[in-house]
Design a binder for this molecule. Structure first.
Ligand code: HEC
Ligand code: HEC
Length: 261
């Protein structure tokens, strides 16, 4: 019989507790940072429709993006971001944020569909053009799958389940985005995501991609679907966590060594 190697358990425990604590802190960090719903009530719908966008903008956006969208220390310029960018940010509930954040998260939209289009029009009045809101039609999922694997899976994972990127940014899971939001994200490239303009992906290709992304959502909701496609991102996610763990352990040991000196 082999004798078990002696392990100094008491010495290991505090270290492990620290590591678990840090991992928890890392995992919960984004939740705690998520912007709180803005408590400011939206003004009643009695304002003339023409001024609605301007009024909402002054109340909810101008403090960060500037009265004419010129930008400020708190937010980037909106001149030329285009209707698709504004519609994407508002319909996914990313904007308005209540304070400066590095990555606004998806949540329930703050505004009604009518108010969103009023705001889209108002921001467009600052000029500069930019991508329009795409009209999506149903496309070819087989072509969409290839386009997805080549252009999107590196960040969002083979099954679209999302992944952690750098600097506290993450590529979100793609299961909640509507067809229009998928196409908007592709054309606009929100945050760290690159934009894919018409020269890179044709409208037809965007339709193919969108249909495939929507298919991913159905496959995920249907447990009878082929589970193999989901092994990739799972393994990737595990690897990312392992890398984080190794870094943490190294950091904790380094701190321990410094404390011992
Ligand atoms: C507290 C400050 C703040 C407020 C209020 C705010 N934003 Fe933002 N906005 C930001 C910051 C910071 C970013 C960049 C961070 C990001 O993309 O997640 C941003 C990004 C955007 C973008 C993307 C710009 C691009 O280059 O693609 C749009 C569009 C936008 N905001 C529109 C709005 C609108 C419309 C409102 C009002 C309903 C609003 N924001 C309210 C701070 C703010
Ligand atoms: C370099 C990494 C990267 C690539 C490549 C990339 N994305 Fe993204 N994507 C992101 C990031 C980061 C965000 C979050 C942006 C934000 O929150 O402002 C995002 C957001 C999105 C969203 C919004 C999801 C939601 O629920 O609000 C969609 C949809 C999306 N991407 C689709 C795609 C598609 C389709 C492709 C391929 C054509 C693609 N992305 C390629 C990084 C990437």
């Amino acid at each position: 019989m082999r004798r078990p190697r002696a392990v100094t358990l008491p010495a290991l425990y505090p270290r492990r507790a620290l590591v678990v604590g840090s991992v928890l802190a890392l995992a919960l960090g984004p939740v705690a940072l998520a912007p709180a719903p803005d408590p400011t009530p939206t003004p009643s719908a009695t304002t003339p429709a023409g001024d609605r966008g301007a009024q909402l903008y002054l109340e909810q956006c101008a403090s960060c993006h500037g009265v004419r969208g010129q930008g400020s220390q708190q937010g980037p310029s909106l001149v030329g971001v285009g209707p698709a960018a504004v519609d994407f940010q508002l319909s996914t509930g990313r904007m308005p944020v209540s304070r400066e954040v590095s990555q606004a998260r998806r949540r329930e939209p703050v505004f009604s569909a009518d108010d969103i289009s009023a705001l889209v029009d108002h921001v467009a009045s600052f000029g500069g053009g930019g991508p329009r809101i795409p009209r999506v039609a149903s496309g070819d999922v087989v072509s969409g799958r290839d386009l997805f694997a080549a252009n999107c899976a590196p960040c969002h994972g083979a099954a679209g389940s999302g992944a952690v990127l750098t600097n506290g940014w993450s590529a979100p899971p793609l299961y909640d985005a509507s067809a229009t939001q998928v196409a908007e994200a592709v054309r606009v490239g929100p945050g760290l995501m690159p934009a894919f303009p018409g020269q890179v992906l044709t409208d037809q290709q965007v339709d193919d991609l969108t249909s495939y992304v929507r298919r991913l959502r159905t496959e995920r909701l249907d447990p009878g679907g082929n589970p193999l496609g989901r092994l990739g991102p799972l393994a990737e996610g595990l690897l990312a966590w392992l890398a984080v763990l190794v870094l943490l352990v190294a950091g904790v040991r380094w701190l321990g060594r410094r404390a011992a000196e």
